[in-house]
Design a binder for this molecule. Structure first.
Ligand code: XMP
Length: 524
């Protein structure tokens, strides 16, 4: 692979990347990922980004994503017709194809039944976009409206039994497919994207993760000089990778603050200190604030109130510690690309929720700290790959997400020290068995929830009256929707038996078989 230096946003302006205009499809980030996998930088911008802004980036190609909108809707997401006149190849996907047709004078009609899931795509003619693709192949469809008449100058190069599935205007460099090439179910999807990126856009490879470390280190050193940086280390993937990268760049100029809320998983505090403190010799302040958190939570059982208290307490503790580092000029954060993609169409998205607690609200303004966010251009799997390259153990890199409020929202109702300890033990057993049975990496997020419900049981000859634990395991792509994991019965049996036998305080285990929606992954 060509090894140009890391492409930053400013490099993008020097040309070469593939720009994705976001019309709200849930697959948008996949498009960007597919392009980056090809070694070409790609960026996602809102659908109504103005042409000047697009031109300033000098992209080698533009992709119009799919989206939930219909061109017939009064408030349809439209783009300026000018983007078809820039001399930059344009590829419309799904809604992007309907929009292109609609804007350029063709006709879109409302389909009668829609077409969802797998379909067979049949080539009508050879086309550069279809290079190396057989006459018939499986594609992924998700649409109701369809193109019924092509705009002038366009040809149809493929169809399915339900619709016109591929059109092009070679002279103007405009291409479109009704199916989603970015989705894995589209058999030759990667090839189609590759054909667009290299054969049509003639993009040059300019994105290589292995160079990212060197370039980032250089950037961080230039930016920070001999000043000090503070980082809130949570033990999660993003903050850990950011910390490792910054530490590699500036060593002890970085101070990490690790707030132990007392609501962490079993031995989590210890393992963060051993890995990053003892092993990698990072400068970490381990703040044991568990007493403060537990006392602030005393008597509180309403979930939102608990979340607010934990968030407030976190800021208080972090703020207090950060203030002690008098000469700090930067606040580093493990912000990643999905957190900063500005979407006009998607409502909130998972990152909006996920980061609410961790973004240490208002701190930089108050403390006059400049933000340092070295992972801001990376997707989660790129961050993981980078973490591995930096030497973080795979087990830590592949860990399931853990919510900021921690066990505080997995102990339903009032939280106390005893319940925290009970839950930590039960959760550790579940996770240990998932690893042992090679299931941990096959589920997206797994944990135990402690209910404040006591029920009667019998152990030996004695009647017990103890808490109920719930095993929760979910499989998901984006954490916005999820299904419960189909874990084997024998495995569940083993986990249940171990928890009841080994954890004093629990005498009943249930398995959560609710999907999201309507349930959420967490219980509070
Ligand atoms: P829900 O329960 O909304 O969770 O289905 C979706 C994902 O978000 C995580 N989550 C959080 N993460 N702070 C976080 O950092 C939070 O307050 C928070 N609440 C939920 C949850 O663990 C799951 O991965």
């Amino acid at each position: 692979m060509a090894t140009n230096k890391q492409i930053t946003k400013s490099d993008f302006r020097n040309g070469g990347g593939i720009l994705i205009l976001d019309f709200g499809s849930q697959y948008n980030q996949l498009i960007a990922r597919r392009v980056r996998e090809l070694g070409v930088y790609s960026e996602i911008l809102p659908f109504d980004t103005d042409v000047q802004n697009i031109l300033a980036r000098r992209p080698s190609g533009i992709i119009l994503s799919g989206g939930p909108s219909s061109v017939f809707a009064a408030d349809a997401n439209l783009t300026s017709k000018e983007i078809y006149e820039l001399g930059i190849p344009v590829f419309g996907i799904c809604y992007g194809m309907q929009l292109t047709t609609h804007l350029l004078g063709g006709e879109v009609t409302q389909g009668k039944i829609g077409e969802y899931g797998k379909s067979i795509f049949i080539k009508d003619s050879e086309h550069t976009l279809l290079h190396n693709i057989p006459e018939k192949s499986t594609v992924w469809m998700s649409h109701f409206d369809e193109v019924s008449r092509l705009p002038e100058g366009f040809v149809q190069f493929g169809h399915t039994s339900a619709c016109i599935a591929g059109i092009a205007n070679d002279e103007k460099g405009i291409y479109a497919t009704q199916f989603h090439p970015e989705v894995a179910h589209t058999e030759y999807g990667k090839q189609i994207i590759e054909n667009f990126v290299f054969k049509i856009c003639k993009a040059k490879k300019n994105w290589d993760l292995s160079d990212y470390i060197d370039t980032s280190i250089e950037n961080i050193r230039n930016m920070v000089g001999n000043q000090r940086v503070i980082l809130g280390l949570s033990g999660g993937v993003d903050s850990s990778v950011a910390a490792m990268l910054i530490h590699k760049a500036i060593g002890d100029q970085l101070t990490c603050i690790f707030v132990d809320t007392g609501l962490l998983r079993k031995d989590e505090g210890k393992s963060v200190m051993v890995t990053y403190g003892a092993h990698y010799k990072m400068n970490i302040k381990h703040i044991d604030a568990s007493k403060a958190f537990l006392s602030a939570l005393k008597g509180v059982s309403e979930p939102e109130q608990k979340r607010k208290i934990i968030g407030r307490e976190f800021v208080k503790v972090f703020d207090n510690e950060a203030n002690k580092i008098k000469d700090a000029s930067f606040l580093a954060q493990g912000t990643i690309y999905p957190d900063v993609i500005e979407s006009k169409s998607a409502k909130g998205g998972p990152s909006a929720t996920i980061k609410s607690h961790h973004n240490v609200g208002g701190l930089p303004e108050k403390m006059h700290l400049e933000l340092l966010e070295p992972l801001k251009e990376l997707f989660k799997d790129e961050v993981r790959a980078l973490g591995l390259q930096l030497g973080i153990p795979e087990k830590m890199i592949m860990r399931h997400p853990f919510p900021g409020p921690g066990l505080g929202i997995r102990i339903l109702g009032e939280v106390d020290k005893e319940k925290v300890q009970i839950l930590q033990k039960a959760d550790a057993i579940f996770i240990e068995e998932l690893y042992r049975h090679d299931l941990y990496n096959k589920v997206s997020q797994a944990f135990v929830v402690l209910l404040p419900v006591k029920s009667v049981g019998v152990m030996g000859d004695e009647r017990t009256y103890e808490y109920t634990a719930v095993i929760r395991s979910a499989n998901t792509m984006d954490f916005m929707t999820a299904v419960w994991s189909r874990l084997p019965y024998d495995f569940l049996d083993l986990v249940s038996t171990r928890i009841i036998n080994e954890v004093k305080g629990i005498n009943r285990v249930a398995y959560d078989i609710s999907s999201k929606p309507p349930a959420t992954i967490e219980w509070e």
